[in-house]
Design a protein around this ligand. Structure first.
Ligand code: MN
Length: 205
């Protein structure tokens, strides 16, 4: 199990075929203001790859873009709405098709309102991850080991979570509804970027 660190792009051919777990770290929560600093990606075989973008980057990243835009590769996220918007805005790709562990959790773990990644990993996989570095300076040219470990842990468990969540979605007959939500997610991210970030267009009010 190794964390690989790269600057400005993913090397070619480092990922096994199949679904990839994807996460992003940014300067903050407002996508056009807060630049994309790190993209984490894992094929679920035990290694994580971190791609760091410097201030002023042109975000060319042809290898990373190709993986993210590949229609044959399912992308696994936790709260993909945010990551998909950031990847669209900075890398210019719709990183789909999509699976979101937060949406799956909301559809199946209706006995709780705790749908954070840490809580999901704890309950479904019995593992403990730290969220201590979540709010740190991801634009720093030198990322600390703690930041790299944290960034990697955000994609480390998404494959296993999907397996566990799917068992429950199948059991309760909610797989089809979940899939419809995943399919809509890139459009929800587009609405965020287009000026409807907080407005629920399905709401009567
Ligand atoms: Mn993260």
């Amino acid at each position: 199990m190794t964390v690989h660190f790269h600057e400005e792009d993913l090397p070619a051919g480092v990922l096994a075929p199949g679904p990839v777990a994807v996460d992003t770290e940014t300067m903050g929560l407002i996508t056009p203001r807060d630049r994309l600093c790190v993209v984490q990606i894992s094929d679920g075989k035990g290694d994580e790859h971190l791609v760091r973008f410097a201030a002023g980057s042109d975000y060319a990243a042809p290898n990373l873009r190709a993986v993210l835009a590949d229609p044959e590769r399912l992308k696994l996220y936790h709260f993909g709405r945010f990551d998909i918007a950031a990847l669209k805005y900075y890398l210019g790709v719709v990183a789909a098709p999509v699976y979101c562990t937060k949406i799956a959790s909301r559809l199946i773990r209706t006995y709780t309102d705790r749908h954070g990644l840490k809580e999901l990993v704890r309950e479904l996989l019995g593992q403990d991850i730290s969220k201590q570095q979540q709010s740190s300076d991801w634009g720093n040219p030198t990322l600390t080991d703690a930041q790299k470990d944290y960034a990697a842990s955000d994609v480390r468990f998404l494959h296993a979570l999907r397996t566990e969540l799917n068992k429950r979605l199948e059991r309760e007959g909610r797989m089809e509804l979940a899939q419809a939500c995943f399919d809509f997610l890139p459009h929800r991210a587009e609405l965020d970027l287009a000026g409807w970030p907080e407005i629920d267009i399905f709401s009567h009010m």
